[in-house]
Design a protein around this ligand. Structure first.
Ligand code: CA
Ligand code: CA
Ligand code: CA
Length: 213
C-alpha cells in the first residue's frame, strides 16, 4: 500500500477492528413542526402564512464515546435574522434535549446556538447560512465535559442510545420550539451500507489521485 492509501484506510481498519458494541454509531433526526408538543400555524408577525420549516440531521458518536458530532440543516428558519424581513421566523436557540420520547418534553442537555450555550469546551459551532434561500447548516461537536445543568455527554448517553433525545430549534414565533426531531440510531446494517458508500468514495479518491500523479 502507498502511504496515501494507508492514510485513507487506517481509520476504517480501526473501525472494523473494534467490537460491534463499541464501534462508531450513526444517528439521524428529521425535524418537523408537527413533532412539537405545542403547535400552531406558521405566520409572519402580520399574520401572513410563511413556508413550512423543517430540517434533517446526522449525528456520529465516536468509538470511544467521547464526541457526538452533529450536522443539521434547517429550511425556512431565518438563521441570521436578515434572511427575511419579518422577525417571526428568526432563530433564537437550538438545543439537544434529553429524557423524553415523541410527544413529551425534556430539559435542555446541550445548547449549541443561543442560550444556554453548552458548546464551550471547545466551542465547535460552524453556522453556514444558505447563500440564497432561508435556512442553513449547523455543525458542531458535543464533547465529553459539555452538558447543561451539570451533566456531561457520558451521563446523557444512556437516554440518547435509548432514543430519548431530540433536536429542537426555537424561533421568535415559537420560543418553545418551532421544529423538533427525535434522535434515533441508524440500524447497524444501514450503518455498514453507509460505511460501504464511504469506502467506495475513498476508493474513487485513491484512483483519481493515482491517475493524477
Ligand atoms: Ca426574519
Ligand atoms: Ca464542543
Ligand atoms: Ca458555543
Amino acid at each position: 500500500m502507498t502511504p496515501l492509501r494507508i492514510a485513507l484506510f487506517a481509520p476504517l481498519l480501526l473501525l472494523a477492528a473494534g467490537s460491534p458494541g463499541r464501534a462508531a454509531m450513526i444517528f439521524t433526526a428529521t425535524l418537523t413542526h408537527d413533532q412539537e408538543t405545542t403547535q400552531g400555524t406558521l405566520v409572519t408577525s402580520t399574520g401572513d402564512p410563511r413556508p413550512l420549516s423543517y430540517g434533517t440531521a446526522t449525528l456520529v458518536l465516536n468509538d470511544a464515546r467521547t464526541e457526538l458530532s452533529l450536522s443539521v440543516t434547517i429550511f425556512n428558519i431565518d438563521v441570521t435574522g436578515s434572511q427575511t424581513a419579518d422577525s417571526n421566523d428568526n432563530l433564537l436557540a437550538a438545543h439537544i434535549h434529553v429524557g423524553a420520547g415523541p410527544g413529551s418534553n425534556a430539559p435542555v442537555r446541550w445548547g449549541f446556538f443561543g442560550a444556554p450555550d453548552n458548546d464551550v469546551n471547545p466551542d465547535d459551532l460552524v453556522v453556514s447560512p444558505f447563500v440564497s434561500g432561508v435556512g442553513g447548516t449547523f455543525t458542531s461537536v458535543w464533547n465529553l465535559p459539555e452538558g447543561n445543568a451539570g451533566t456531561t455527554l457520558t451521563s446523557n448517553l444512556p437516554a440518547i442510545l435509548d432514543g430519548l433525545s431530540y433536536l429542537n430549534f426555537h424561533t421568535v414565533q415559537f420560543p418553545g420550539g418551532e421544529i423538533r426531531g427525535q434522535i434515533l440510531a441508524v440500524p447497524e446494517p444501514t450503518s455498514l451500507a453507509l460505511m460501504g458508500i464511504g469506502l467506495a468514495g475513498l476508493g474513487g479518491l485513491a484512483v483519481r489521485r493515482r491517475s493524477a500523479s
